[in-house]
Write a protein of this length. Structure first.
Length: 183
């Protein structure tokens, strides 16, 4: 209604789930701006996070199949967002409600997720391709060792080496913004 638009003080663009018909905006805001007259200057960083000072590093390892903590020498199959001293490897801002980070590795044009996470010092929600007998570290990352039955996967054979592959860190719920690109 015209009267509602004239009373508006803020313009907000959200990402809504497929099939959403409830007319309630989701928490996944991507742009917001206050009206000044009949226009609004829209901003991404004030809604999701200020991404100007992000940094990160990763460490190659496969801790999920290191039985009794013994390194089995296949570290080229795993990538973990931590540094070589075993500390957090990512410096990322906290995200607004409705958003998460997600790590990816590109294998010859196909990508596999390392999982989503909100904090850089805890295990992410992935670890689909992990080995057995070892432990999952308290950092985002993944060992690309086995294909579980519940994950349909074509065009990639595991174990798969992550050396020389692109490692990406993206924002969810949409996957168009690359924050960090590791080689």
């Amino acid at each position: 209604m015209v009267s509602d638009i004239e009373k508006a003080t803020q313009f907000v663009v959200t990402i809504e789930p497929k099939g959403d018909n409830d007319n309630i905006p989701s928490d996944a805001k991507i742009l917001v701006g206050d009206f000044k007259g009949t226009s609004a200057q829209l901003s991404f960083s004030s809604v999701v996070a200020d991404l100007t000072n992000v940094s990160g590093q990763f460490f190659l390892a496969t801790p999920t199949d290191n039985v009794n903590g013994v390194d089995n020498g296949n570290d080229e199959f795993g990538v973990w967002f931590r540094n070589s001293a075993g500390e957090e490897g990512l410096s990322l801002p906290s995200l607004a409600k409705g958003w998460k980070y997600e790590g990816w590795v590109e294998f010859d044009g196909k990508t596999l997720s390392t999982g989503t996470f909100s904090k850089t010092n805890v295990t992410d929600d992935g670890n689909f391709y992990k080995g057995s007998g070892g432990t999952v570290p308290a950092f985002p990352g993944e060992d690309f060792l086995v294909i579980p039955n519940q994950v349909p996967l074509t065009g990639i054979t595991l174990p798969a080496k992550v050396t020389g592959k692109k490692k990406l860190l993206l924002l969810n719920p949409f996957r168009i913004m690359t924050l960090l690109h590791f080689l």
